[in-house]
Ligand binder design. Sequence first.
Ligand code: ZN
Length: 311
Amino acid sequence: MGSSASDRKLAEAVAWSSAVSLDRVSLAASMLWFAADVGIGRLRGSSCPNCDAAPGRSSRLYAGRFHAFSVYRCHECAVLYRPVGIRGKWLDLYYSRLYANADLATDLERAGDPAGISARMAAEGKHRVALVEGVLGERASPPSLCIVGCSWGYELLPFRERGYDVFGIEVGSVRREHGKRKLGLSIYATPEEAAAERGRVDVALSSHMLEHVPRVTDLVKAITYRLAPSVQVHITPYVDSVETDPSLARIIGREHPLGITAEFWRRFAANNGQHLDCRVDAYEPGRACGELVAVLRAPTAPPRPPITRAA
Ligand SMILES: [Zn+2]
């Protein structure tokens, strides 16, 4: 396929995606998708989408309306979840064509407005340089960094400006191609593809992404073993207090089939030889869910340097 033909195809896809994002058709389609997802999940016994464990008698924490918003806790892998039936390649379709209401992550027109990106990121709390550099401490030179679930790559830009060797991973083909063409970024479809092209990476970061992924252990294992980062930083909505704070149950639903808990990370770290630090940022009971920040360090990583804040 010639580049002009593929450019045209991409432009059409972006225009289609942008137009749909403004349309109620998008919301209706994603509601239908959600109903099918929950329906098939219930037919499969509401087993854990991550590890397939059947729910135990005390697994369901909240019944939810029509069981669509039931929240379960997996006794095997410790994620919170709602019934999930659609997996694999179908998720590519969802995140390429239907997923359209995540602010900057799905606003492709912003990619043509670099000056506006930084302000919008600040407004949505998406600047992660200070957090990552606080975790890394002082370094002789900027590390290589991969953002898992990078959408069209806006979160990579502040790291690139600071001299990091950056690349991203994004399952949604329209956003992935947009970031590659418009911003000149390297964005791959899977950790396997990224590893084949780039080898290992110093730092892997994900921000509000893992709670969308039904097979989250498989994904984090692929990152851990294929990209072999010394440090991983994974940021997800904080859900651990769901049994005492019912407002947190709302986080698990249509957009987030999973809630990632600190116990999930403890088990993952123990099973995969990683050192774990977890902390909770900005949680206000009943009001703001805040974020769980999980930092995994590979066993061969050098001793942790003193923590310093970014300038
Ligand atoms: Zn499980």
